[in-house]
Ligand binder design. Sequence first.
Ligand code: SF4
Length: 367
Amino acid sequence: VCPTAAITEISEIDKVWAALEDDSKHVVVQTAPSIQSTMGEEFGIKAGTIVTGKLAASLRRLGFDRVFSTDFAADLTIMEEGNEFIQRFKGNKQLPHITSCCPGWVKFCEHNYHDLMDNLSSAKSPMSMFSAISKSYYAEQTDIDPESIYTVAIMPCTAKKFEKDREELVGDTDAVLTTRELARMIKEMGIQFATLENEEYDEMLGAHTGAATIFGTTGGVTEAALRTVKEELDGEALGRLGLGFEGIQEATVEIDGQEVNVAIANGLANAAKILDEVRAGNSKYHFIEVMACPNGCVGGGGQPLPTSKEIKQKRAQGLRNIDESGIIRKSHKNPMIIKLYEDYLHEPLSGHSHHLLHTKYQKRDQN
Ligand code: SF4
């Protein structure tokens, strides 16, 4: 059962069309990492084909004022969450550290494992970080009234609609469309997606790394975080983790002379197994990644249909190909993230960062 009760798509297409037609609004759009290797399927392109350039071009033709990438904020999430993990690991407190970028997983935790909520990262998800930055830093840099900025997120799942409306996050993101909903808008406008010339994301909130792109598949958040954590703590590059695609995956990484044990839970049933061990005091893990959807966001409920394990593997390989294509691969090397800290946030976990980029969770009995 979907933990957010978001099995059906409550469409926000009409809201987005209205915003695009409203001259008083400056409408920015962000696309989640996984969409780059899934959207093509809606237009007859093989699963796993990278369509980032066509995606950017189609969004401009729909009329968005700026076309940005959630991947930028995935790099920002790594800066905040990676440093949060370093603090916890060095102080041996609030361990294991558990990721919190998947709203399906967070709600499951709030219902069933609320005694472990302090172990969740307080970092907002990339979607919500992006939206907060678009209405603060971006508004300031461009001299646009933040009240007029309308932020649309293209996401792999309906659970992100639930995240948008959480009382802790309300106001960050104005509308969420799934991959399938965006495809409907592109088709409605008669845009020939498959033959579009590639275009780039807009600057400032569009620059991103390979680390951010692999957020869209299982194990990606862990690998991205450890690339930054290891380099910050011992100055050495992270080797391959060699993670598989299903079940519970684990790895041990040596960082600054100490072993860091990580686990990746594919789906909530596997998360429950790991968390029961944590509860019982038998867990050896320091860092746990949980994604509600088996295989991560490439298998999200808003992605193109049909899907299968083979299709999800192709989508994941597409994201891995971007990571290995020669672009910058570490979040802390993203030049726009470096500039964001220099100009605005000052340092990870600063007071300003906490105010804009961190959140809290609530024990839930119902809803
Ligand atoms: Fe959404 Fe599934 Fe990704 Fe979680 S794992 S953010 S529920 S697509």
